[in-house]
Design a protein around this ligand. Sequence first.
Ligand SMILES: CC(C)(COP(=O)(O)OP(=O)(O)OC[C@H]1O[C@@H](n2cnc3c(N)ncnc32)[C@H](O)[C@@H]1OP(=O)(O)O)[C@@H](O)C(=O)NCCC(=O)NCCS
Length: 171
Amino acid sequence: MAPDRELTIRRATRDDLDLVAALYEQLVQDQVARGWTGRPTPADESRSYIAGRLQRADVHYLIASEAGLPVGFVEAALLLHRQPWPLRLLHRLLPPAKPQAALGYIHNIYVRDDGRRTGVGSSLLTAAISALKTQGIRRLRAHVIAGNEASFALFAKAGLLPTQTAVEGEV
Ligand SMILES: CC(C)(COP(=O)(O)OP(=O)(O)OC[C@H]1O[C@@H](n2cnc3c(N)ncnc32)[C@H](O)[C@@H]1OP(=O)(O)O)[C@@H](O)C(=O)NCCC(=O)NCCS
């Protein structure tokens, strides 16, 4: 990578809310264009969702920048839903060193159009895996829209292969 494209990855803080919210909106638009059938959250709701997530110790929001300019982000967290809710609440405040459900989840990963195919996505994913490993994960999961070859390639490179396929259509 050329020196002027030096990549840095850092943990987002509450001060990054505008930045993360803007990247998140770009990701939503990208996924809608790919045929995502979920209901896009209104921008102000996304913003308050992200604001809450940025304050949680068990959620990893990492921002990638090149030459000081943000180029992408990843949102990763432990999957704790198999635990009883009092434990889940506790773990939001105090992430377990060795969680029982040692499963991590990539909620979102996004690289701006002009920064793709230069290794930024892989670097973000590697950094997210490292962060989750400090919490004891041994497995990682993500959901990918059918036809999103870039995303399948990114995850396959990290050893994540398709396991289930949803079917959906107008009836
Ligand atoms: C998926 C995404 C994050 C990948 O980011 P990226 O920075 O381009 O990824 P990388 O450059 O690190 O590439 C990782 C691997 O995937 C491959 N790859 C990337 N884009 C690809 C494409 N369009 N088609 C086929 N392979 C592709 C790369 O060649 C690389 O493998 P290699 O190292 O063996 O060559 C990016 O395309 C993106 O933001 N897409 C839109 C948002 C999205 O779909 N997010 C995922 C939701 S699950």
